[in-house]
Ligand binder design. Structure first.
Ligand SMILES: [Zn+2]
Length: 204
């Protein structure tokens, strides 16, 4: 079964069509308020804009968003959109870097893949233990409680599918590499870099 195909939407700024998920929806509610519609499901008149700084700037300058929604766009909405893009970009960037580091660890032969492998390695050395964001409770319980001292646990910003693909294996929910390695340091650094702002749902 393939997922139903969504018809592409047009960005109000660049007029190009993109799949819905690459765009941000802004909606004018039946009550006449404009909000950022993160889930793309709010009722009202909607307009789409690419998740890009360029298109945001263009929409602001040309008032394309205002025209599409037939209303004045408050400055707060543009700020909110800019914040949203920041989070969006940083999220994608962190994931990309993580995949890259996982690939390097794999090629360097440093990575132990799977719960069994993590469990057998944890007595031999101190590990950086990674679990997929969507790992099962059983997997988390198993690797969170491995014996040995000083292991560091990281819940990754990657799901099992991405983790598996980065490691060239199937159905991976947990992996580990030596804590004392340059790659471990880089992964920890990557995760300690805070997102500049948490999601804010309200824009008014
Ligand atoms: Zn655009």
């Amino acid at each position: 079964m393939t997922a139903p195909r969504q018809r592409p939407r047009t960005c109000v700024a660049c007029r190009e069509e993109s799949p819905k998920r690459a765009l941000v929806r802004v909606v004018r509610s039946p009550a006449g308020e404009v909000t950022l519609d993160e889930r793309g499901k709010l009722p009202g008149r909607g307009a789409y804009i690419c998740a890009s700084r360029q298109c945001l700037e263009k929409a602001r300058k040309t008032k394309a968003l205002a025209r599409a929604l037939k209303m004045e766009i408050p400055e707060a909405l543009y700020s909110r959109l800019a914040e949203h893009l920041e989070t969006y970009e940083e999220g994608g960037e962190t994931q990309g870097e993580f995949k890259l580091l996982l690939g390097l660890a794999r090629r360097a032969g440093l990575i132990h893949i799977g719960v069994d492998s993590v469990q057998s390695q944890c007595a031999r050395e101190t590990l950086l233990i990674l679990t997929a964001s969507d790992s099962s409770k059983a997997v988390r319980d198993a690797v969170d409680n491995v014996p040995g001292e000083g292991h560091v646990h990281i819940r990754m910003p990657l799901g099992s599918e991405d983790l598996s693909a980065s490691l060239g294996a199937r159905n991976v929910q947990a992996a580990a590499l030596p804590l004392r390695s340059g790659l471990s340091d880089k992964m920890r650094l990557l995760l300690s870099r805070p997102l500049r702002r948490d999601r804010i749902t309200d824009v008014s």
